[in-house]
Design a protein around this ligand. Structure first.
Ligand code: NDP
Length: 275
């Protein structure tokens, strides 16, 4: 019986989750569990459907979770409720990772470095046009800025631009946009996720595609209308799979306190793809 209790306790010790609402669609459990299994880590990762984001820290601690990822719509609440926020997350004001450090809830944003890692395959990038101004755009814009890469934001509406103005990032709505030259165009809007919309006017896209070399879409697992148009205009394209993988990988390293090698990356990629 004692062994059983100890086993239960050790399982409790290494329980990881993803908080979201909805969370059913999340592929993080299959990706993270593949990584845990690959390194023989005694732990498990599951979904936790959370309705009230303001309860996130209490729920995390009451369940003795060792680590968590946080997805839509709780990233800002998770930031506000954490005991300590580390790294670029302090400026982004949204977090996607919680770590339980002896009862202290420490928060990180791994979306930002995950994005940077995902665009490494394009080579050197100097100027980026970032479409969208939501939570993901904030992380991407500050990630690029932290690497001294010029970033310009273009969004459908004015409403969400204040954050970028505060960070001295040039930003426009569709009405007042004047295109310059960019190497990389990034779609961080949700256009193309569940519909077949382009993230902005086709004319604007065709203008900026003329001088650009690369297009990246945060949406993963499909060729969105944005990527299809970029490809027609001879740009090298990439979907959001690597961004999802690398944000997960960086969280995994924090969860397990290990440094992941290529074999872990490949195990997690296979897990993500359900292979
Ligand atoms: P938010 O809801 O915070 O922001 C959505 C943004 O998209 C807003 O700027 C909004 O503009 C714009 N938008 C929505 N619909 C349209 C449309 N039809 N045309 C033009 N603009 C539109 O979302 P997130 O930032 O959290 O997520 C954005 C995308 O990134 C999603 O598709 C998500 O799945 C993906 N994502 C991928 C990740 C990965 O790891 N690959 C990680 C995180 C997100 P407005 O301000 O005018 O409303």
């Amino acid at each position: 019986k004692e062994i059983q209790i100890r086993k239960q306790m050790s399982n409790m010790k290494n329980q990881f989750v993803i908080f979201g609402n909805p969370v059913e669609h999340s592929k993080s459990p299959q990706m993270q569990n593949a990584g845990l299994k690959h390194i023989n880590f005694d732990g498990n990762y599951k979904k936790h459907h959370l309705v009230d984001g303001n309860t996130i820290k209490d729920v995390f601690l009451q369940n003795n979770y060792m680590g968590a990822n946080i997805t839509v719509p709780h990233k800002e609440d998770a930031f506000a409720n954490a005991d300590e926020v580390r790294g670029l997350a302090k400026e982004i004001k949204a977090v996607n990772t919680y770590i339980n450090e002896n009862g202290k809830v420490v928060a990180y944003n791994t979306d930002a470095p995950g994005f940077l890692k995902a665009i490494e395959s394009f080579g050197t990038i100097k100027n980026v046009l970032l479409l969208g101004a939501g939570g993901t755009a904030k992380a991407i814009a500050l990630a690029l800025k932290s690497k001294n890469i010029n970033v310009t934001v273009l969004n459908r509406s004015q409403g969400k631009l204040d954050f970028f103005k505060e960070h001295q990032i040039p930003c426009f709505s569709w009405e007042n946009f004047e295109a310059e030259t960019y190497d990389l165009i990034v779609n961080s809007t949700s256009a193309g996720l569940k519909d077949e919309y382009l993230p902005c006017d086709k004319e604007i896209l065709e203008t900026v595609f003329k001088n650009a070399k690369f297009a990246f879409d945060c949406v993963y697992g499909k060729i969105t209308p944005f990527l299809a148009l970029a490809s027609e205009n001879a740009l090298e394209i990439k979907d959001g799979e690597d961004m999802l993988l690398f944000q997960g990988l960086l969280a995994f390293e924090l969860f397990t306190n290990t440094k992941a090698d290529n074999s872990v990356i490949e195990a997690m990629r296979k897990g993500l793809k359900g292979e």
